[in-house]
Ligand binder design. Structure first.
Ligand SMILES: *Cc1c(COP(=O)(O)O)cnc(C)c1O
Length: 462
């Protein structure tokens, strides 16, 4: 199994190499040269299996011979043992033919745990075998950083530094980053906003001396191993609702397009998915694009669903790659145009996109109203991101086709917005009730490349 770049100019890599590399050298994103398929019988045989066994069978064809079967099973086992729910991704019913898949039972209460926990174990196994180690630096608006710190804490082959904007993440998110006591994970509160953190990260990757010296690696959502981990729960939920005999649809609250792109992979593998519904907040570049208005950057407006406050959606490049019939040169051209603000999608590519994806947008008022109305209707308390999914799903779903809406975070991760909308205070799950009592460990740091690099150098040397 080989991996190729969406821009067509980078060397082909194995799964393990693509995972450790992250971004391709030509600036593109790695995708499998060919998407493996599962037969109807193989899909049917997934019904009733544990999440871990489904994960093994769905992901196995993508990893080639990078990990042995025993090794891969053990990795999956360790990845999901810290989840607080035996089903890992349980479903509840909201209304006739409308289901909510709860992806928030992991250690940081957001769906990013599914991928980050797995990638932590994959990195550790691969690096130990190579006798190597890396320094992972990430920038976060909240969920990715907390998931990474929880997933990599205590591992031997990795040091992790997470840059977050000082004073601009929720208290739960901050504490999930600052309370782990493992010596190899470090929370850095940067004096700046999320864009400053991302820019600093980019500058570090472009400082080749520093990059080589500390063996810099990334785990942001463009890493294909993260996308792959998310393919699993599409299969897991679909077979419990009658696939492959019955088709179904999914609605996904979307920012960087990683989670919903995993649904596209599942569909290409043979899962009978009718529609993939992209749900955006007021930062609606994806909705505008899928409605035929081209892909044009706007200003990011802060919302009560901060994990979706994105104007350039990095994994959308993968969707474009398939819509343009895997023409890397065409994708590279679009990405060049994006540098100066945006691009138009060709008619053929637009048709290809609309064959798989439909989209809707949800305003701030509608998000709050949905949290309140869904609590009344079904008793389910939604986080703002999940509420956006439910609102758009209700608008666009075909009552005759089962709809699964992905609940991407636990309401207790965004308590202020949830309480303001519903008058209900969402408590943390009992297993995390001590989060507010644990001591915090964080370094406040200037938004300055030299300061960041010397801090990271010092910490690694310790
Ligand atoms: C990251 C995140 C999203 C968006 O997911 P993408 O894969 O970036 O589209 C939605 N909801 C929550 C809670 C998140 O943390």
């Amino acid at each position: 199994m080989k991996y190729i770049s969406t821009r067509g100019q980078a060397p082909e890599l194995t799964f393990e190499e693509a995972m450790l590399t992250g971004l391709a050298r030509d600036g593109g994103l790695y995708v499998p040269a060919e998407i493996p398929t599962m037969s109807k019988d193989e899909i049917a045989a997934l019904a009733g299996l544990s999440y871990e066994e489904v994960a093994f069978r769905v992901m196995r064809p993508f990893i080639g011979d990078c990990f042995s079967d025993d090794e891969f099973r053990a990795i999956i086992g360790r990845a999901y043992e810290s989840f607080g729910h035996a089903a890992r991704a349980p479903m509840v019913q909201l209304a006739p033919n409308h289901f909510l898949m709860e992806l928030f039972h992991g250690p940081t209460l957001a769906f990013k745990d599914f991928a980050m926990q797995l990638i932590g174990q994959l990195f550790e196994t691969a690096l130990k075998r190579r006798g190597d180690s890396v320094t992972i630096v990430g920038a976060t608006s909240g969920d990715t950083g907390s998931a990474a710190i929880q997933a990599f804490g205590g591992l031997e082959a990795v040091n992790v530094f997470i840059l977050y904007p000082h004073g601009r993440v929720s208290e739960v998110q901050r504490r999930q980053m600052t309370t782990p006591s493992d010596a190899n994970v470090h929370a850095l509160a940067v004096d700046g906003d999320f864009d400053d953190c991302q820019a600093a990260l980019k500058d570090m990757f472009n400082d080749f001396d520093f990059r080589d010296e500390v063996k810099l690696a990334g785990v942001n959502s463009i890493n294909f191993a993260r996308v792959l981990a998310q393919v699993v729960y599409y299969f897991f939920s679909a077979v419990s609702l009658g696939a492959p005999e019955r088709k179904l649809s999914f609605t996904v609250p979307t920012g960087n397009f990683g989670d919903i792109f995993a649904g596209f992979i599942a569909k290409q593998m043979g899962l009978p998915i009718d529609k993939l519904v992209v749900a955006t907040n007021q930062n609606d570049i994806l909705h505008r694009c899928l409605s035929g208005q081209g892909y044009h950057k706007g200003d990011t407006i802060p919302s009560i669903s901060p994990s979706m406050d994105i104007q350039v959606s990095s994994n959308f490049e993968r969707a474009l790659f398939y819509a343009y019939n895997q023409d890397g040169a065409a994708v590279a051209q679009l990405m060049e145009e994006l540098k100066s603000g945006g691009f138009e999608v060709s008619q053929g590519a637009m048709q290809a996109l609309q064959e798989h994806y439909v989209s809707g947008r949800c305003s701030e008022e509608e998000t709050s109203a949905t949290i309140a109305s869904e609590y009344k209707a079904s008793g389910e308390l939604l986080c703002p991101h999940s509420a956006i999914g439910v609102k758009v799903a209700n608008e666009l779903r075909d009552p005759a086709v089962p709809m699964v809406t992905l609940a991407t975070a636990h309401p207790a991760k965004f308590p202020a917005a949830v309480e303001a909308a519903s008058d209900v205070h969402p408590p943390l799950p009992p297993r995390m009730a001590d989060l507010y009592d644990k001591p915090e460990r964080v370094t406040r740091i200037a938004n300055d490349l030299a300061a960041l690099e010397s801090h990271i150098r010092e910490q690694i040397a310790n």
